[in-house]
Write a protein that binds this ligand. Structure first.
Ligand SMILES: Nc1nc2c(ncn2[C@@H]2O[C@H](COP(=O)(O)OP(=O)(O)OP(=O)(O)O)[C@@H](O)[C@H]2O)c(=O)[nH]1
Length: 230
């Protein structure tokens, strides 16, 4: 058994609005909190809604769930100026020494927002079948190079006329062999798969084999009348 690392593995969960990031965090807390010491940091633009939802879900001691109110563009706080998130994580780590994993939820953003490797050790990019079958093919840094791509809500595929297996296949083609999981909270096999992925990644992190990757900058975009290309 490798020695416990000096700090928790920081695992980012990114992806467009409504794809199921908070639900995935709730699921991981429910499944893994008996075996791992977990903490959560959420990012919302003007509210602490996601943190309140997770606290209300009763999946973790409420003190272990911290909210960052990012203001403005949510990606700024996970990529360009990570200070608020870094402080929230350090507070959690000092209040709960011995945390194994801190899950950090990005504010739902556009398809190209990803975490800086200075903030997270590994990141999951979450899409859902309801966003349409073409999304994976269209690509973007998170889709192509996050440590894991999740195609979520596969239980809804038949209702929205999307072939979930094809989306997963397209994910594999876009990712040079990096992992892709088709997930539904109603499908226990897929839930086991994602929990195993977290355990496996934590094992690599703990043994020092895991190297944080930068999926790449987001596409040029506009904040009001100013155009940024990060
Ligand atoms: N059918 C189905 N619905 C799901 C699943 N996972 C999440 N949802 C639903 O999808 C909706 C959005 O989920 P959230 O977890 O709030 O999504 P989010 O990405 O955190 O949303 P933002 O924080 O607003 O970006 C909710 O109504 C969830 O109940 C799933 O596996 N299957």
């Amino acid at each position: 058994m490798p020695e416990k690392p000096s700090r928790a593995m920081r695992l980012g969960i990114a992806g467009p609005v409504g794809t199921g990031k908070s639900s995935l965090i709730a699921l991981l807390c429910r499944q893994l909190s008996d075996e791992l010491e977990l903490g959560v940091v959420t990012n919302d633009i003007y509210t602490d809604e996601d943190a309140r939802m997770l606290r209300a879900a009763g999946v973790l001691d409420t003190q272990r769930i911290r909210a960052v109110e990012t203001g403005a563009c949510p990606h700024t706080a996970i990529r360009d100026d990570i200070t608020m998130n870094a402080i929230a994580i350090e507070d959690l780590e000092s209040d709960f020494p011995g945390l194994d994993v801190v899950l950090i939820e990005s504010g739902g953003d556009n398809l190209t927002a990803t975490f800086s490797p200075a903030l997270v050790d590994a990141q999951i990019f979450v899409l859902d079948v309801a966003g349409g079958g073409d999304v994976v093919r269209k690509g973007g840094p998170g889709i192509a190079r996050a440590d894991l791509l999740v195609v979520n809500k596969t239980d809804l595929a038949a209702y929205v006329g999307v072939d979930a297996d094809l989306m997963v296949q397209q994910g594999f083609s876009a990712r040079d062999g990096r992992p892709v999981i088709g997930l539904s909270r109603l499908d226990t096999e897929s839930v086991t798969q994602i929990c195993d992925w977290v355990r496996h990644t934590l094992g690599h992190y703990a043994s020092g084999e895991h190297v944080a990757q930068d999926p790449g900058p987001m596409a040029p975009h506009s904040h009001g009348d100013v155009t940024h290309s990060h």
